[in-house]
Design a protein around this ligand. Sequence first.
Ligand code: GDG
Length: 750
Amino acid sequence: MRFRSVQLSMRFIVPLALVLALFGYFAIPWMENLTVRWFVRDLDTRSQLVSSTLQQPLLNYLEDNDSARINDAFSRAIQDERLYALAFCTPDETLLYKTDTYPVSLGCSQGADGEDASPVVQLPRGPVHVSSRELTQDGISAGRLILVQDMSFIERRSEDTKKYIIGLFVVLAGAISLITVLIAHLSWHGWLNGVREMLRGELSPRPPGPMSPEIAPLASELRALLNEYNRDLQGSGVESQTWGADTLKTLLNQDLAGDEILVVSNREPYIHVNTPNGVKVQRPASGLVTAVEAVMRACSGTWIAHGAGSADRDTVDANDHVRVPPENPSYTLRRVWLSKEEEQGYYYGFANEGLWPLCHIAHVRPVFRSTDWAEYVRVNQRFADAVIAEARSDNPVVLVQDYHFALLPRMVRAVLPKATIITFWHIPWPNPESFGICPWREEILDGMLGSTILGFHTPFHRKNFLDTVDRYLETRIENEASTVSYGNELTQVKPYPISIAWPEPAPGECDVAACRAEIRQALSLPADQLLGIGVDRLDYTKGIVERFQAVERMLELHPDMVGKFTFVQIAAPTRSSLDEYQNFEARVRALAQRINQRFSSGSYLPIILKTEHHEQAQLRTYFRASEVCSVTSLHDGMNLVAKEFIAARDDEQGVLILSQFTGAARELHEALIVNPYHIEEGAEALYRALRMPQDEQRERMRTMRVRVRDFNVYRWAGRMLQDAARLRQRERVRSRINSLSQNRVRKGDA
Ligand code: GDG
């Protein structure tokens, strides 16, 4: 960027330097000439003055023939430093009197030739100015007085003037160049910042205002280009395809010939719980479940997960199977039961106290215990056994979900070598140094490389993984093909950004105006109250504390918002048996209380904290009712809440504030992108969002809605399954060729 501004500046400086050089070349001789002319005119005047002064005394002395006095008068006159010599010539041009300094070569002819002759005469000692004055008495000429003036001082002065002029030009050129560089630099940066802000909705400390006029016409085109570029980045071949549940079904039937799909995850998509009113079904607060459930509805198959609900055992058959979704069963849920020790060591211990903080840069130290590791290995084996038991063929397609099952791919591969194992890592992957903290790093990497395909949300996480493998294992990495060759196996490692299923308008759903009224009424808020919404699991990676601090700072900076703005935080309880999570919840509560005490008046509270599980439909109503949705994760693989908010806004209004540390920020450039650690930036984003004109909201929201609609979860799954289908086809062809050549060898032997 610095190079660009230097380049830009050079375009000004080079022509400027040329102009100055030309100017100097012609101007300096012209100035010299002018100076000489001024001085000659000055000497003419001086000559007249001196001769007028000497005229009368000279005439008197001439009349008296008093040569002594004449010589004396001449000597006194030339004491003047510039008057060099004097002479008197008779009317018949006889040199009668002269000072010793008078050059004899001049004789009496000088100055007698009329006004046109040049008064400057070159003598061996240098140039002199010669002029003569006729002395007359009663109209009769008495002779001519000749004055010779020294001109060497003119040369000296002219030299000085030249030096000053050249110096002046140099200083002037330097100053103009500096100013030009500075202006070019500033305007280039200003322009770039403007473009950046426009593309990413990035914040600037200045108050919200219209887009600068030189950038505005570029906005749509640049955004369109950026979207196109993103499409290119995210793969090829399937990009023009519109993905939906039906496309996925067709893909499974055609490309995968109806092959069996098995999903493995820790969290189950439906939890049966005992309540005083009987058994109820709950949907967990989980991004993974949100995404994979939509795919399973389209694919059928079997989903293997931990049965964690209090009524789960009562609702399965003899094979631990239950058909789901309960209202319209389309696939099988196979539950795996874990003892308290297994759950503690594998899930809470190794996965959530070890791997979770290890992969998220959220400044919580990972804890690794050998006992947790032993449980992690054991539970991975138990789930691998369940996969093997559920498989009806020797080559099922197994979709392994997340960091709970890093070892499972290798375990399944050991028994079902022909299985196509697709592992998706839903959380970020850290750099090799950070990952190196894990005492069992080689085992984890070895387990994951049992997969046929390994997916991450972003190219950045993929690269971190490849660098880590390169650092800790003996592998061959083909960067272009994005494959890792380890032992005799090949794993394809690619980015597959996850998304949501684009929602159909639910029958009986409130329109935006009704949703707004419903939520404000439920919260006892005035009808015109401005509303912000946050929806997260109560996790320290989600930046809830920083979000509240931004609300507080916004109210400090913009007191006009006190009383008018309320932020609703829905925080679904999660991993609450861990100390870290209990401490975090206490911190969030205390902060909300402190801010509320500070700004409350009457019934007004700036923050409403709801630490309870909500139904999906309720969340959607909140999204539709709010002016702004705030997603301020300190680190997040993707973040589906951001996409759910966008999908909920069919009125094309509402502003998304999005942390730059989410995978979603790589796609949703029209959100207001913030650094959640920078509280003032968060505060200004909030204020800007609340004051954003409807047209700008519409433009941003419309672009983001098209993107989330097209890049939906079916596409996410479809791209992975298409890659799997290609690899399976290649494998089939290879094994057919192998068996053909073996047959030939056998026939030859016979
Ligand atoms: C991991 C990665 C990645 C929240 N509260 C309730 C509720 N939710 C739903 C949201 C959303 C989901 O939970 C949360 O998804 P996120 O993507 O934000 O986050 P994680 O759970 O941490 O998910 C993440 C994701 O996997 C997918 O790959 O994006 O980066 O960390 O769908 O709506 N749902 C219900 N009640 C709630 O109270 N029903």
